[in-house]
Design a protein. Structure first.
Length: 400
């Protein structure tokens, strides 16, 4: 068995059950492990620490499969992990057609994301969409796909591993059918009583932002009779939730004409009054400033931008961008108005994000109180030892 021995004292994070080991913590490698190969990880004094996937190209050199010395990493291992993840979703996530089935490290499958879409009305047999983002899960792809099909009974598996993080693992970006039939141009799934078109093959991420399900339900609950602004709307997730909740008017901004076309199709699929929805194909930053200058005002504003800080070196620039849009968001709200604001940048933690938003409120010369801290749903569990898994942070604020 290939063995990786750590430098003295570098075992501390593994003893806390953190699932990553960085390259600079490694003293020596015995054997010639291939990319994705399973290795035994030992402390400098020879103690067993874990079994892990080896990634020779990544700074995250090891991703832990198991801390149990007696647990082999084989097909049965992946079958157990997938079945456990599926059982968790069945127990805690109900009444939705879109669920995060595998959430990487939190499900003991580091580097793997899988979303499960069920066609509205039960038509078709559903669709599994996978992102293999690390060398270990890439090496075990066949076993993982078999485990997914076996656990869910869904025969259709599509790969969306077209993410830049694979390049850090020495892997090419790739998409395609892994099992069953190719997905349709779009499938329609239902969430919180609202129907959504999902573009599995070329949409963002796996086609839909499954992580915002609970937050869309919250917008839906508070939208009745309100004028709503949704920025970076993509295919209209929050916009449709607001319309479904009885919003008086919803203005939505995105710079993708294709996404907005799908958003309009979503309005039609739900039978909503198209006159209540306005779609702006425009840059959100400039449009927010223009709306402020034009004297526009709203009762509820949603700011759900893309990742501004993909790495720590981008934090300062990202902080300025978050402050910019939140400043405009506060200025656009009527007294008593609600701001739903989010960051999906892993490099910006919850404390920093709150400070940025507080600074924007101060510059807007408004008093804003936090009604609720927001995050992903129960299908995005977090390991206590792995705070890096908490990428989505949000705040619901009210102008006093």
């Amino acid at each position: 068995m290939n063995t990786v021995t750590l430098k003295p004292s570098k075992e501390k994070s593994l003893l806390r059950r953190h699932p990553w080991v960085y390259a600079n913590a490694i003293d020596r490698v015995e054997g010639k492990p291939a990319s994705g190969a399973t290795v035994v990880v030992r402390a400098h004094d020879g103690r067993f620490l874990a079994r892990a996937a080896y990634s020779p190209h990544s700074q995250i050199r090891l991703r832990v499969w198991s801390f149990d010395e007696a647990e082999p990493i084989d097909h049965a291992f992946f079958k157990r992990r997938v079945q456990r993840a599926f059982a968790h979703r069945q127990a805690f996530v109900r009444d939705t057609g879109a669920v995060r089935l595998i959430f990487g490290e939190a499900d003991g499958l580091p580097g793997l994301v899988v979303d499960y879409y069920v066609q509205d009305g039960g038509a078709g047999s559903g669709q599994l969409v996978c992102q293999f983002m690390a060398a270990g899960v890439e090496a075990w792809k066949e076993a993982i796909v078999a485990a997914l099909v076996g656990a869910t009974g869904c025969p259709n598996v599509y790969e969306r591993s077209d993410v830049s993080i694979r390049e850090k693992e020495g892997l090419e970006q790739i998409t395609g059918v892994l099992a069953g039939d190719a997905p349709a141009d779009t499938l329609i799934t239902r969430e919180n009583g609202v129907r959504y078109h999902v573009d599995v093959r070329s949409g963002h991420k796996t086609g839909f932002y499954v992580d915002q399900r609970d937050n869309r339900a919250l917008v839906q609950a508070y939208a009745a009779g309100r004028d709503v602004l949704n920025c970076f709307c993509y295919t209209g997730g929050f916009s449709l939730a607001a319309l479904g909740g009885g919003a008086k008017r919803v203005v939505s901004i995105d710079s993708s004409g294709e996404a907005l076309a799908l958003a309009r199709a979503n309005v039609e699929a739900n039978g909503f009054d198209a006159a209540r929805a306005e779609w702006l194909d425009a840059d959100a930053f400039r449009t927010l400033r223009r709306l402020v200058d034009d004297g526009e005002r709203f009762d509820l504003v949603v700011l759900d931008p893309p990742k501004f800080a993909p790495a720590r070196e981008h934090v300062d620039r990202a902080a300025r961008a978050y402050k910019d849009i939140n400043l405009s968001g506060f200025r656009l709200l009527r007294p008593g108005g609600l701001l739903f604001t989010y960051s999906c940048s892993g490099a910006i933690d919850a404390d920093l994000f709150q400070k940025i938003v507080a600074g924007a409120a101060a510059d807007a010369r408004v008093d804003a109180r936090i009604l609720k801290r927001l995050g992903a749903g129960l299908d995005h569990p977090l390991l206590a030892a792995f705070p890096e898994g908490e990428y989505l942070k949000g705040l619901l604020l009210q102008i006093v």
